[in-house]
Design a protein around this ligand. Sequence first.
Ligand code: SF4
Length: 252
Amino acid sequence: METIAPNLPPDFAPRQAKALLVHERLCAEYGAPFRFFSSKDPLSELISALLSHRTRNQESHKAYQQLVARFPTWEEVRDAPTEEVQAAINPCTWPEQKAPRIQAVLREISTRCDGPCDLEFLAEVPVTEARAWLESIPGVGPKTSAATLLFSTLRLPAMPVDSHHHRVAQRLALIGPKVGTEAAHALLSELLPPDWSAQEVYDHHEALMFHGQKCCYFSAPACQRCVVLDQCPFGQKRLGGVRSSEPAAAGT
Ligand code: SF4
């Protein structure tokens, strides 16, 4: 896992304790350890993550399958007429934006690596440096970099934060109500033990994501049956206010 910031805020310890308690309960609730769903190489995972931005899984999967069927190598995607790439990824949202972005990312990687590059070298780089390398590519944000490192065959302990995970973390006051998804990556990652394996980091992400999908809905969360209600100021307030001894959340 990434290194914890040296100057921790005073509420860090209680938030970390809460994050670990929530982890335990939600992992038990949803059946961790979870199987990794992907076995893509890191460059393929990066392109898949770029396609998945604000797109349903089924649609981004179809776009990815069409893209690799039309272009057998990433060099061919990089060098193809953009309109052909756009047509191949048509099932995902904003193909007209994603096609040139994907080609620009592939060109940037080729330039940096001085030729074809599958990103396998990132396995030998500390996670923090690997994330920084990826996020310095225009168009690659923290969610994409973490997905590339964790979900791919690299299996490195970098944590993505999707919209479900973000919503659950905000309601639990693990982060403040004004912290956006991008900023949440660093704040939520630093709550996890630095020696956690990729499997533990994956389980944490998946458990919070499942909770957002199966209980902590965007509208009308099912707080009455929530296994972390006693840790959740949002849910307690919704149900009539049980107590309010929560520490102030980071980054408010
Ligand atoms: S108590 Fe309600 S708002 Fe809080 S985590 Fe559970 S379902 Fe979400």
